[in-house]
Design a protein. Structure first.
Length: 178
């Protein structure tokens, strides 16, 4: 998937990835990632309107994850809490469509760097739906601490499911070479 927009704002980048502000013309591609069979069991897809609200919200940041060399849309993330006086940033959603190639790890490293080095925030947190072993493993390997469980917090077609909360404090953050 490539985009036809011209140079959106690059928030942070590595040799392989660039994280940029999402453009509205990429929302349908992002929505198809949410509904992909590898991702849909672990999130509730947003409507086009909800994605647009996030893009236009000053407290949230809709981030597209692009392959730096191929200009291919690999995924997206939604950050919330940009105006939080407590300096706590939430990664509300992260989806990587190309799994098993290290893009998830690299994206999390870039998001941590953005949170702690660019924004100078105190805490970065996220959650994973129970059973999403790929995400749970990723967050643990990337140094997030398990904070707790919101029991049967999300209603899906298969019933109610718990959310596992993870966080990292600025004092726990170790810069990486991304």
């Amino acid at each position: 998937m490539t985009s036809n927009f011209a140079n959106p704002e690059i928030l942070i980048e590595s040799e392989r990835l660039k994280l940029v502000s999402t453009q509205k013309n990429d929302v349908y591609k992002i929505m198809s990632m949410e509904t992909h069979s590898d991702n849909k069991p672990y999130l509730t897809p947003y409507s086009y309107q909800r994605h647009g609200q996030v893009i236009n919200n000053e407290d949230e940041l809709h981030v597209s994850i692009w392959h730096a060399k191929d200009n291919e849309l690999l995924g997206f993330a939604i950050l919330a809490g940009l105006s939080n006086p407590n300096q706590v940033l939430e990664c509300r959603r992260i989806v990587i469509n190309k799994k098993g190639q290290g893009f998830g790890h690299e994206t999390i490293q870039l998001l941590k760097k953005y949170c702690f080095e660019e924004l100078k925030y105190h805490k970065f947190w996220l959650d994973a739906l129970e059973g999403n072993q790929r995400a749970i493993h990723l967050y643990e390997v990337e140094g997030f601490k398990k904070e707790g469980i919101l029991r049967e917090h999300v209603k899906k077609e298969t019933g109610h499911h718990s959310l596992i909360l993870f966080s990292m404090l600025a004092s726990e953050y170790t810069p990486t070479s991304v």
